[in-house]
Design a protein around this ligand. Structure first.
Ligand SMILES: [Zn+2]
Length: 390
């Protein structure tokens, strides 16, 4: 009798188990499938679709931590910082939250605070979390971003030095350090503390010899009292990044115009003209023409002729500008005509995200990458397009 009862009870238990188990699994699977569908949308940058899924999941089961984290991150991306903060704070208020998930939520909340401009609160959390070895590197990176966005260069410097990592926010530490020195340099310069700015720019070069920005700064600082030093720094900068050659040549030409003395920059322009791997720069030809160095002027044209149609067009027009009047134009007139004809407005394009700006941002305001801005004139863009169309 007892055995029969036990057997029946066991059978009922087994049936109940079999009946209930798949049901539970299905709900969970559906939930997981939806969650991963949302993640997929996120990975494919289809944030609106991801947002819909995560919001729907929250209605089904508001206890799931992952959904909270995903949705909070999405709110932050959409610029709805208040909602992101609310979601993460709501998660943190749960008494049963495991410590690892709590840290994750704190990390996200600190990012929300940063995005919302609540820097002190963000800094406090990141600093605390960085004590945990798992979070150390990512929190240091976030703190560095935070100091960068608040122009707190001395703290950014300290943090990079402390980090000892070989890659910080996808940059080598020496690249970051030299940029911070350059930032400090330009702050000193704004306050008319020229000597200190020179020291800082030189420190930047010592830290990272490839730092073109520091050479450009020194060229600018010396342009007020030492044309030779200034043009030499410009020349160094050209050699560091050919993509800046037209931009820098226009700066060198400005020097000559400012002092009304073109012969002072003759050596630099001659050196530039002889570099066959640089593109054709109308101002270089016009300068040589004005200085009556016909031999080098002709050599300069011959060197660049027939490279491509746009260059030929440029050469022909520059030649026409120079020979329009029989050499009676002033140097300023010549340069002005070339500016008018070629409508040489320079824009800066971030090589990393494509952000376009009329000013040179060393730190891209869109993707937060250093050193990726490239100057392009309208002609450069036409040249690039004709090259790509082939
Ligand atoms: Zn960018």
């Amino acid at each position: 009798m007892t055995y029969a009862l036990l057997a029946t009870a066991a059978l009922i238990l087994i049936i109940t188990y079999i009946y209930l188990k798949p049901k539970q699994k299905v709900t969970k699977n559906i939930f997981n499938a939806e969650y991963y569908r949302g993640l997929n949308y996120l990975l494919n940058n289809e944030e609106d679709k991801a947002f819909k899924i995560f919001t729907a999941l929250m209605d089904v089961d508001s206890s799931t931590v992952e959904t909270h984290l995903a949705l909070g991150g999405l709110y932050r991306k959409r610029g709805e910082f208040d909602k992101a903060i609310l979601i993460h704070q709501n998660l943190l208020s749960r008494p049963t939250l495991e410590s690892e998930l709590k840290n994750q939520a704190l990390y996200e909340l600190a990012k929300d605070f940063h995005s919302a401009g609540l820097y002190d609160r963000s800094e406090k959390i990141f600093k605390n979390l960085s004590e945990i070895s798992k979070y150390k590197h990512s929190c240091q990176e976030e703190l560095i971003k935070l100091y960068e966005s608040t122009n707190d260069w001395s703290n950014a410097l300290k943090m990079v030095e402390k980090s000892k990592s070989l890659s910080i926010n996808n940059h080598k530490p020496e690249v970051l350090l030299s940029q911070y020195y350059c930032e400090m340099s330009s702050e000193y310069y704004k306050n008319s503390e020229v000597e200190k700015s020179v020291t800082m720019s030189k420190k930047a070069i010592k830290t990272d010899p490839a730092c073109m920005r520091a050479n450009l700064q020194l060229a600018k600082y010396y342009s007020h009292n030492d044309i030779n030093a200034s043009s030499q720094y410009y020349y160094l900068a050209i050699n560091q990044n050919y993509k800046f050659c037209k931009f820098i040549v226009s700066k060198i030409i400005e020097l000559a115009k400012r002092y009304n003395n073109s012969s002072m920059i003759m050596k630099t322009i001659t050196d530039i003209a002889k570099k066959s791997d640089l593109p054709f720069i109308p101002d270089v030809y016009l300068f040589l023409f004005y200085e009556k160095d016909n031999q080098l002027a002709n050599y300069y044209i011959q060197q660049h002729k027939d490279h491509n149609e746009v260059t030929n067009f440029l050469i022909n027009y520059t030649f026409a500008i120079a020979n329009k009047t029989s050499g009676n134009q002033s140097f300023n007139d010549l340069i002005q005509s070339s500016k008018t004809i070629f409508s040489n407005h320079t824009h800066f394009f971030c090589n990393n995200c494509g952000y376009k700006s009329s000013i040179l941002n060393w730190l891209c305001p869109k993707c937060n990458t250093w050193n990726e801005a490239i100057p392009k004139t309208n002609i450069d863009i036409i040249e690039e397009n004709s090259f790509n169309a082939r």
